[in-house]
Design a protein around this ligand. Structure first.
Ligand SMILES: NC(=O)c1ccc[n+]([C@@H]2O[C@H](COP(=O)([O-])OP(=O)(O)OC[C@H]3O[C@@H](n4cnc5c(N)ncnc54)[C@H](O)[C@@H]3O)[C@@H](O)[C@H]2O)c1
Length: 367
């Protein structure tokens, strides 16, 4: 059950709209601010896709949707929110302006999550003059309403309590929060994706394969393994009966062979963009982005559904979480709309203590 009473979304593009969809479909009211005059249309497009996917996930009927309101300012959007998710474009100056405003007008104990793909929270929270201690990075993956992972990263001024509350909040809306132990740019997921993307750009630029062939190599091969076991457990199994040690002994030396160009980046020019974009157009065979989104969503639901039946019915990996989440949604759907329970829980939680000061990092002399 959600512990959020009212949420605010600042930015309603690809990611912001995905957050809005996840929150509304969990029965949570959301107030959104986005200056784009097209924002309302774009959010409703994403909502359509999300409703469609959730109907497949919970065939018995969905919970009563939360109410969405479009605010005219950030101040209006965050005024009575206990959870705010910022999803504006990836520019530090803009993040600073927006976070400063959120900080000024949001209730002092509201948790602020940033969707940034790679900016360190320490570099963002300097703009928050009142309560920087409640900022966390809550980095999701697209589509936010389906993919459960959220990377949580705290900055130098973030209170440990804020991370704990953020974990509870994200988990309450069906997500898998993973707290990143040390703050680095791009965190963990995007570090891995950037490395793979850089190598992929080389392979296409050098004419080794097309974008379609590269995608086939992933989706017919190791992509299927990654989706259910990740990297290291798959390698453990690939080591045979001797497991990980044998795998390391066998493939460790390859790291020194010319198997990778990872440290080098191809020149990012018009020629490279044209090459990739043209091949990508061919690969799509005329399917629109919205059509591809539907196919993607159907496949994701089917994969998570299949994984939810594995492991003697307990579910495996994302499937185990999916099983719990769909049960939670079905329970919520069966319930009469008594909103006050969530409100009471949110009040009792008191996310970040106002009076508390961040603990000094530098070693104070012991008395
Ligand atoms: N696209 C992805 O796959 C992805 C994945 C994870 C995280 N992110 C991160 O999420 C954030 C948003 O990315 P996106 O892909 O949704 O971008 P987007 O361009 O689709 O959406 C950004 C939205 O922010 C709005 N905006 C601009 N200025 C604003 C302001 N001052 N106040 C409120 N809204 C404002 C824009 O009108 C737009 O609708 C970025 O930090 C990005 O790094 C993106």
């Amino acid at each position: 059950m959600s512990i959020i009473n009212k949420a605010a979304a600042i930015g309603g593009g690809v990611i912001g709209a995905g957050w809005v969809a996840r929150l509304l479909l969990n029965g949570i009211d959301v107030s959104i601010f986005d200056p784009d005059p097209e924002a309302s249309r774009k959010v409703s497009e994403v909502m359509k896709g999300a409703r469609r996917a959730y109907k497949q996930m919970v065939p018995g009927g969905l919970p009563r949707e939360g109410r969405l309101t479009f605010a005219k300012t950030i101040a209006e959007a965050v005024a009575d929110a206990d959870f705010i998710q910022e999803s504006v474009p990836e520019r530090l100056d803009l993040k600073h302006r927006v976070l400063a405003e959120i900080d000024l007008y949001a209730p002092a104990n509201a948790i602020v999550g940033s969707s940034t793909s790679g900016i360190k929270p320490t570099d963002m929270q300097v703009a928050m003059k009142k309560h920087p201690e409640r900022l966390v990075v809550g980095h999701p993956f697209n589509p936010v309403y389906l993919l459960p992972l959220v990377e949580i990263v705290g900055g130098e001024q973030t209170f440990p309590e804020a991370i704990e509350v953020a974990k509870e909040i994200y988990a309450s809306i069906g997500m898998k929060p993973v707290v990143i132990r040390k703050e680095i740019e791009a965190f963990v997921g995007d570090r891995l994706l950037e490395a793979a993307w850089r190598e992929a750009l080389w392979l296409i630029k050098d004419g080794i394969c097309t974008v379609e062939e590269l995608d086939d190599i992933m989706r017919y091969g190791f992509g299927l393994r990654w989706a259910q076991m990740g990297m290291f457990q798959v390698y453990r199994v690939a080591g045979g009966e001797a497991g990980m040690r044998h795998f390391m002994a066998q493939f460790g030396p390859c790291l020194k062979w010319p198997w990778t160009k990872l440290m080098d980046v191809p020149e990012f020019n018009d020629e490279l963009v044209d090459l990739i974009a043209t091949q990508s157009d061919d690969q799509a065979h005329g399917l629109s982005i919205r059509e591809l989104e539907k196919i993607r969503d159907d496949n994701l639901v089917a994969i998570m559904d299949a994984l939810s039946k594995q492991n003697k019915g307990k579910g495996w990996g994302a499937g185990a979480l999916h099983k719990d989440y769909t049960k939670q949604l079905a329970k919520l759907a069966a319930k009469k709309p008594v909103a006050s329970k969530a409100a009471e829980k949110a009040k009792a939680l008191k996310p970040v203590k106002k009076a508390e000061k961040p603990k000094k990092k530098t070693g104070k002399k012991k008395g």
